[in-house]
Design a protein around this ligand. Sequence first.
Ligand code: CP3
Length: 356
Amino acid sequence: MNVPTSTPSPTLQDSAFLKSLRCESAPHTPVWFMRQAGRYMPEYRALRAGKSMLACIRTPELAAEITLQPVKAMPLDAAILFNDILTPLPVMGLNLDFVGGVGPQISNPISSVADVDRLGVPAAAETMPYTAESIRLLMPELNARGLPLIGFVGAPFTLASYAIEGKGSRNYEKTKRFMYAEPAAWQRLMEKFETLLADYLTEQVKAGASAVQIFDSWVGALSVYDYRTFVKPATGRLIAKVKKLGVPVIYFGTGATHLMPDMASLGSDCMGADWRLPLDEARKLILPAQAIQGNLDPLLLQAPWRELKYQTDRILAEAGGKAGHIFNVGHGLLPGTDPDMVLRLTEYVHEQTRRG
Ligand code: CP3
């Protein structure tokens, strides 16, 4: 009997993004942007008007809608959950607020060993249920579009820098002073973050995230020695735990070229590269089996198209048509970006890299 063989419908696992994370050849180079949902989009500004950042994050309907805004406006290859790396700080006991025009502010930052020991490490499912709920709300729409969802957390060092400084910082003076003066408490702090972040990512993956990114945005402030001594062990344990969830892990830092080999050695599936090094040179610093994500300077989206196109061509040439490249900016999209340029760039990368 002749049984008709049905062609399997394309699954998320066949998406250009997930294939590239596995270093398999993809139909085109996938594109997504850090901060692809944000103030540069008029629809984001309209939805956010009169609502606080944390209220949006904690209201699944709003978080889901904001997550979808960029993927509705552009043919992006992945969605990233609307959330913030600082969301876990309040559940640990730190009073966080996003102050318009100023950025995140913590009114009771860590300043002593007792403060570290007072920090809670509650279960993410109980204290941040809105995150899994936002993901569950998003799943039908994303599945219909064949789009993977990226879950994320901040890395232990980057979160510690906010927890101790109480805000963004240039030199991380309080953070480093605490790290050097109280190495045992510092390690306990790293372990608390490691535990909570692994649990939070587990919840995100259980709810439907197909990949996760760990943002170590400010780790580049550390010397290689300090990274190895104070940060690498807990971050390595976090990555090892998350890898067991069975989804690809992207590890990203900025201004951290000097740390790339050490960061890569923690074994994530993909390394995020900022714009400072050419992509082919960054690739030499990571493991052969790792994919690479990046690395357009986000300010180039505010340059004339000819310069943006030229530098995009340059990055694609540096990627060399090899499997395992995900196109992205080298740091988040900036508020002054023209959404039309983001759309044009997304389409351009797809056109230039379409295979077969
Ligand atoms: O990428 C996405 O579209 C998902 C959303 C996302 C946000 N924050 C939303 C956000 C992601 C991935 C982040 C990560 C994040 N948050 C990082 C790591 C990435 C990076 O940029 O290095 C860091 C360091 C933060 C902390 C943070 N959140 C800062 C310093 C600020 C204030 C600065 C600013 O841009 O306003 C935020 C606020 C924030 N998080 C905004 C958005 C869209 C802007 C707030 C607003 O809309 O008023």
